[in-house]
Design a protein around this ligand. Structure first.
Ligand code: SF4
Length: 177
């Protein structure tokens, strides 16, 4: 886990470097409460000036309306995959990113959404109308059940420090800092 000192060093590197390219980043939410998006928004409040020098926020609905899933370096994905529509969009994201990172419990083990996978026949009957109404799949899946996931950020919602660690690691992997 990076120390406060490491974090300062990274900030200094970011300030000093001559930028050649930025990390093309996408942030995607599937079925979930989007609390990790809230955490990310709070982090953006604190880090936007420094991050905007090294990150190109290409797909991020909390910042802008016009977003494109194209040629991303990294895609952060929160939420469980609950329908074929979700699965198709996830495959499109995977095709258009070099690295895909699962964010939070929903995207790592499907919970709490995946509780319905273990419902008995009685409970399944009770929610049948919702499954039909929202065109949901029979089973809730995780992104990792459908596409290759390269890294994970644990927590429900995600841990801020774990996210910063993964983001800083990714910036280094792509030779941005
Ligand atoms: S992991 Fe937790 S906080 Fe994040 S979307 Fe799922 S339920 Fe919400």
């Amino acid at each position: 886990m990076p120390t406060a000192c490491n974090d300062k060093t990274l900030k200094r590197q970011i300030r000093l470097q001559t930028m050649t390219h930025k990390l093309a980043l996408g942030w995607f939410s599937f079925s979930c409460c989007e609390d990790s998006t809230i955490v990310f928004t709070e982090l953006l409040n604190d880090h936007f000036d420094e991050w905007s020098k090294v990150i190109d926020f290409q797909y991020i609905r909390i910042l802008k309306k016009n977003n494109k899933i194209h040629n991303l370096d990294v895609a952060f994905v929160e939420g469980a995959i609950v329908s074929e529509h979700d699965a198709m969009k996830l495959k499109e994201i995977r095709k258009n990113c070099k690295k895909l990172i699962a964010i939070g419990s929903c995207a790592i083990n499907g919970m709490p959404s995946a509780q319905r996978n273990t419902f008995d026949d009685g409970k399944k009957k009770e929610i049948e109308f919702l499954i039909e109404k929202f065109h949901l799949a029979e089973k809730v899946r995780t992104p990792g059940d459908i596409v290759k996931v390269d890294d994970r950020v644990m927590g429900c919602p995600m841990s801020e420090q774990a996210f910063l660690d993964v983001l800083n690691k990714t910036l280094k992997e792509f030779n941005i800092v």
